[in-house]
Design a protein around this ligand. Structure first.
Ligand code: ATP
Ligand code: MG
Length: 293
């Protein structure tokens, strides 16, 4: 029984595990194997980053963890139990914002708490606590259209944290932001992670972002998506994007990733490839792969 297990063994149960997970989509041209044989474990309080070429199945894997998609093979477990569907223990923050334009910032943050039936006073207190954490208390009465992109992502983060999930799933959350805003959010996210010790799974196209934020970085291979290689980023925090030591980690990750991106380019841009453009081709979504390295 779990209760008879020694503390160490209990600690060893991963917060999240995927075992040989596969997912197929049924398309006009037949069955499409999006991911195959994905096996990974994430422990409580860990910050895991996932990088991979466009279309390799990163969002599909996050959706499976979120309970929005069901795997066609293998198992997806949270705290050792099979994922049955969405739950407040897991929250996704997307690149495209899903804030409500008709609600103020504070009401947006309160939304999940209201759904959970939490009373007005506690809702307000919790919303303000998390708005403070993301440095937005001054804007609690503003509407979403009055905020910058970075501020909107902070509201999304506060809203996700307010419902106190065990796992935060972040799908390219900063991709649409300018570099300066992104830098600030990297620092804030590291501070928030240190303060809350949430388990975070963070998908990005930007290898420097992955090296800066992750305890580990997984590189996915092109379809069907699989875990190609794992990098441990054994480096002190807080970390800064410009740190030359981190750039070395990022370079190694990028080297692994380039081969995959080239494969995608070869498959999808076959014509151009054959007509002599035999150089590294970036697709529109991959522009951040090695920026500045
Ligand atoms: N609902 C769906 N129906 C059919 N095919 C899908 C569906 N969702 C995803 N796919 C396909 O599965 C593959 C993986 O998609 P996914 O969105 O997970 O990739 P990704 O790694 O997140 O890509 P990106 O980096 O561009 O966000 C892609 O080829 C995509 O076209
Ligand atoms: Mg995606």
């Amino acid at each position: 029984m779990m209760t008879d297990m020694p503390a160490q063994a209990l600690l060893a149960v991963p917060k999240l595990s995927l075992r040989n997970v596969a997912k197929n989509f049924h398309t006009k041209t037949g069955k499409f194997n999006a991911v195959q044989d994905i096996t990974l474990e994430v422990y409580e309080g860990e910050f895991l980053c996932i990088v991979g070429p466009s279309g390799c199945g990163k969002s599909t894997v996050l959706n499976i963890i979120a309970g929005l998609e069901k795997p066609d093979g293998g198992e997806a477990l949270v705290n050792g139990k099979g994922i049955q569907g969405p739950g407040t223990d897991r929250v996704v923050i997307f690149q495209e914002l899903a804030l409500f334009p008709w609600l103020t910032v504070r009401k947006n943050v309160e939304f999940g708490l209201r759904m959970a039936g939490i009373g007005k006073k506690e809702r307000e207190e919790r919303a303000m606590h998390f708005l403070k954490m993301v440095h937005l208390t001054r804007f609690s009465h503003s509407y979403v259209h009055e905020l910058s992109g970075g501020m909107k992502q902070r509201v999304a983060l506060a809203r996700a944290l307010a419902i106190d999930p065990e796992i935060l799933l972040m799908d390219e959350p900063f991709a649409a932001l300018d570099a300066q805003t992104r830098d600030i959010l990297h620092e804030e996210l590291q501070e928030i992670w240190a303060a809350t010790r949430k388990t975070i799974i963070f998908v990005t196209h930007n290898v420097r972002e992955a090296a800066c934020l992750g305890d580990r970085v997984l590189v996915f291979s092109t379809h069907p998506g699989r875990v190609k290689r794992e990098f441990e980023i054994d480096y002190a925090r807080p970390r800064h994007l410009e740190d030359p030591n981190l750039i070395v980690f990022a370079k190694n990750i990028l080297a692994e990733l380039k081969a995959e991106v080239e494969k995608v380019a070869q498959e999808e841009l076959d014509y151009d490839w054959r007509t002599g453009k035999k150089k590294f081709v970036l697709r529109p979504g991959d522009h951040d792969l090695g920026s500045g390295i």
